[in-house]
Write a protein that binds this ligand. Structure first.
Ligand code: NAD
Length: 490
């Protein structure tokens, strides 16, 4: 199935007529073509958005909210079609796309449709100066949203929904690796009555389409989720134009397990936090540190639990681990495993490519557990972003805290303990944007989401996202007070 750009409510081919192959990773075959849009296409999308902006930014909050709720509802109605498309495009289990990706895409629109009705700005009375200040929060204009391939519609809508709710018009680009559900979203927006030009979706490579969005002088802000290197490049391009930037980047998150934890819950959740979505979630706990007292027990139980995971056809409801997203990504991940020994690691489980019957050319890899001796090794310092975790023991809180923080990334961390004092001391010192205690990936959309250090700048989620997509303007009103405090004289 071929994909087209969605500009001013219409589906159109790229000006250059350049196309990219779109792969189904579960079978390793091309199943469609995606536009590789250039500057001209991005300009068309910008013009459409710019034309729509005066009207959309003045559309009442109730009306904007109503349209976004309608989009949410239509996503839910089309859940099975969207989940099937997501699974085919990405290789993720259909069950996961059905339970997580698509419901969350709908929830993103529903959440921001409601959040905008509660969004308010501050007022500051300058007491003693006879002045009153209030803050106007106005939409920025045309903004750019660029998203990655691991949670395609989930992350695409996580940016678009708050941008639209706040009254902006959008030029958006999904990953060229997984463009299908973003394409399907265009039709949903038309059916929901989103006015033409409010959302425009251009497809293509990062270096052509993405670059054209970031470099466009009139696109006011860029909300980006993706790799750290790409984020650094985007920051370099956008900074001289003083664009507002939100960068959600890579992670290499510690999963810290103390012996006083609820062991069964920890074990079950750690299997998920290691390998959900084939380990291709920026929040996966890929560095597992286990207190020495339970290290041997954990090692045996973890290997046993992971060995039971079913790798196979993403469409099979019993599949736990589907295909990796692309051949290129599979090769990157397997190169870390092939060199594990050189990097000081010992493979305890997995490490091999898997031939799935009937799907022999798909990109399947066993979930892989590598024991390491030193947090400084490459396996612990670089983001692999696949079904690969490392494990190593620790003895003290001080030691594990030092290792958890001794990395360039700082996205999330998980802590397993029932000791409240330890929890409170550690959460203050862990360098991360999100810390989960005795759970993982429990998300409340009102909370700030983002990372520190090389994991990014800025926060998404709740009012943080609405603040990002609006410009605060201070209005200061000076007044005069007469002697009796009233304007009418006696
Ligand atoms: P990527 O950086 O290669 O691509 C992300 C998006 O940016 C894609 O749409 C791509 O086309 C575009 N892009 C690439 N080069 C560009 C350029 N020069 N200018 C503009 N756009 C460009 O990342 P990926 O491989 O798609 O995704 C995996 C990465 O995303 C991992 O590092 C992962 O940790 C990260 N990620 C982070 C979060 C988070 O919330 N922090 C969430 C999911 C994924």
């Amino acid at each position: 199935m071929n994909i087209q750009n969605y500009i001013y409510g219409r589906f159109i081919d790229p000006v250059s007529n350049e196309w990219i192959d779109n792969y189904n990773p579960s079978v390793g075959q091309v199943y469609g073509q995606t536009p590789n849009s250039g500057k001209e296409d991005v300009e068309k999308a910008f013009q459409a958005a710019n034309k729509a902006f005066p009207s959309w930014s003045n559309t009442s909050i109730d009306e904007r909210s109503r349209i976004l709720l309608k989009i949410a509802q239509l996503i839910t109605e089309k859940q099975s079609e969207l989940a099937a498309a997501e699974s085919k495009d990405n290789g993720k289990p259909l069950a996961l796309a059905t339970a997580i990706d698509i419901p969350r895409a709908s929830a993103n629109f529903r959440f921001f449709a409601n959040a905008i009705t509660q969004f308010a700005s501050e007022a500051h009375e300058s007491v003693g100066m006879d002045a009153m200040n209030f803050t106007l929060r106005q939409p920025l204009g045309v903004v750019g949203c660029i998203s990655p391939w691991n949670l395609p519609l989930y992350l695409f809508t996580w940016k678009i929904a708050p941008a639209l709710a706040a009254g902006n018009c959008v030029v958006a680009k999904p990953s060229e690796v997984t463009p299908m559900t973003a394409f399907l979203l265009g039709e949903i927006c038309n059916r929901a009555g989103l006015p033409k030009g409010v959302l425009n979706i251009v497809h293509g490579l990062g270096t052509t389409t993405g670059q054209a969005i970031v470099a466009h002088p009139k696109i006011k802000a860029i909300s980006f989720t993706g790799g750290t290197q790409t984020g650094a490049h985007i920051a370099r391009v956008a900074a001289p134009m003083f664009k507002k930037l939100s960068l959600e980047l890579g992670g290499k998150n510690p999963n810290i397990i103390f012996s006083d934890c609820d062991y069964e819950n920890m074990l079950h959740t750690t299997v998920r936090s290691s390998f959900a979505n084939q380990g291709q979630i920026c929040l996966c706990g890929s560095r597992i540190f286990v207190e020495r007292g339970i290290y041997q027990r954990f090692k045996v139980d973890f290997v046993e639990a992971v060995s039971k995971l079913k790798i196979g056809d993403p469409a099979n409801p019993k599949t736990d681990i589907g295909a990796l997203v692309s051949d290129q990504h599979l090769k990157k991940v397997t190169s870390y495993i092939a060199n594990a020994h050189k990097y000081g690691g010992t493979v305890l489980f997995g490490g091999n490519n898997v031939q799935v019957e009937g799907l022999e050319h798909g990109y399947y890899l066993q979930p892989t557990i590598i024991e390491v001796q030193d947090n400084q090794c490459k396996l612990n310092q670089e983001e692999i972003f696949g079904p690969v975790v490392t494990i190593m023991p620790f003895d003290t809180e001080e030691e594990v805290l030092q290792m958890a923080n001794d990395i360039t990334y700082g996205l999330s961390a998980t802590l397993w303990t029932n000791n409240l004092n330890r929890t409170m001391q550690m959460v203050k010192q862990i360098q991360a944007g999100i810390v989960w205690i005795n759970t993982w990936l429990l998300r409340d959309l009102r909370t700030p989401f983002g990372g520190v250090k090389n994991s990014g700048v800025g926060r998404e989620g709740g009012f943080e996202a609405l603040r990002f997509f609006t410009e605060p303007k201070n209005i200061c009103i000076k007044y005069q007070t007469s002697e009796n405090g009233l304007t009418t004289k006696k």
